[in-house]
Design a protein around this ligand. Structure first.
Ligand code: 13P
Ligand code: SF4
Length: 342
């Protein structure tokens, strides 16, 4: 459905400086003043449109700070966003993240309209495996249950027994009650999970194109040269995780910082995450080995505005696929969040 509202493009008004003084100050550590003033007309227009539409804007931790802090009503990791979509009251969700996140929201809230600002926002893990690959693996390992990472298409989820995220992967695997589990598609997350459970895992060859670039020597350099604590996402290669003080989902990283309050930290994950946390924890010094996710970066203030204005890019999932994927996602939601941050 496309409804074009007759709205002018957002432009600067002097009152914005005062209306958004608090946000400008919060963002000052990350975004130069001049740049914030370029974002403010869009932020203001989106916030107004959001109210008119009764929409809820959800943003993943890897969204850039002007989105994460400027327009999001709900922020979090992929598990948090899926939980929020399942519980959300609004009939319109705009998801600032990648396509599999918007698809999960639609599957869990089928009666709602879920918009994604850019159809280009994919994921190298999600595109590493197809539903046919899962059926083949099942034939090769008869009777072995399949746990798929949330970073997969709806069609792959529909072929899975349960979904997990980095916030509950070990517990979801163990909840299958089987000695052996097919774990898809991230081989590095799979190896991390395998190191923490007695369940034997059959792994796939998927990798995150962002996290696979980090190296153990970069991690050691951050610790030795900058005396930084190291926090890493489990999609990183095993040698990187071996160097880390803490390994967890994007939300758990924030909680760890809140508890540990390190003087200096290197966040070994997507780059925008450190920008967002720097706004939240101004006393902590962040060493930022910067790898940006090109897919997350497809989401911008102008395309969020256009999506809300024109109700553009509504996500749709065929009901037979959605029904089976929903059962697998609900199995994950029943397990919930299991990360301990210490
Ligand atoms: P989280 O589940 O930690 O949010 O991670 C999702 C993701 O895509 C990381 O690359
Ligand atoms: Fe996918 Fe990696 Fe981007 Fe996360 S950071 S969305 S896993 S490509």
């Amino acid at each position: 459905m496309t409804v074009l509202l007759d709205l002018p493009l957002p432009t600067w008004r002097d009152e914005l400086a005062e209306e958004y003084a608090e946000l400008t100050e919060r963002l000052a550590s990350r975004i130069p003043c001049l740049e914030v003033s370029m974002h403010l007309p869009w932020i203001d227009a989106i916030n107004r449109l959001k109210k008119q539409r009764g929409a809820v804007v959800m943003a993943h931790s890897y969204q850039s700070p002007e989105i994460f802090h400027g327009v999001a009503d709900v922020t979090g990791d992929s598990l948090g966003l899926a939980q929020a979509a399942a519980e959300c009251d609004s009939g319109l969700i705009l998801l600032c993240g990648v396509h599999f996140m918007a698809e999960s929201a639609k599957i869990l809230a089928p009666e709602k309209t879920v918009l994604i600002p850019s159809l280009e926002a994919g994921c190298s893990l999600a595109s590493s495996i197809t539903a046919e690959d899962v059926r083949l693996l099942r034939r090769r390992h008869p009777g072995v249950p399949v746990v798929s990472y949330a970073n997969t298409s709806a069609a792959v989820k529909a072929e899975s027994d349960a979904i997990c995220t980095s916030a509950n992967a070990v517990q979801v695997v163990e909840s299958m009650g089987a000695p052996k589990v097919i774990f898809l598609p991230d081989q590095f997350l799979g190896r991390h999970v395998a190191s923490q459970t007695k369940v034997e895992l059959v792994l796939w060859k998927g990798r995150c194109e962002v996290h696979e670039k980090f190296t153990a020597s970069q991690a050691r350099h951050a610790r030795e040269q900058f005396d930084a604590r190291l926090v890493a996402h489990p999609e990183c290669p095993p040698a990187v995780l071996a160097e880390a003080d803490f390994v967890g989902s994007t939300t758990a990283m924030g909680r760890w910082l809140e508890q540990e309050k390190p003087k200096r930290v290197a966040l070994i994950t997507e780059c925008s995450m450190a920008d967002n946390l720097r706004v939240q924890f101004p006393a902590i010094e962040f060493i930022k080995p910067c790898n940006l996710c090109p897919h997350m970066q497809q989401i911008t203030l102008p395309n969020i505005y256009a999506a809300l204005r024109d109700l553009r890019h509504a996500v749709d999932v065929a009901e037979d696929v959605a029904e089976r994927a929903r059962a697998a996602l609900q199995r994950m939601l029943a397990v919930g969040r299991c990360e301990a941050v210490r």
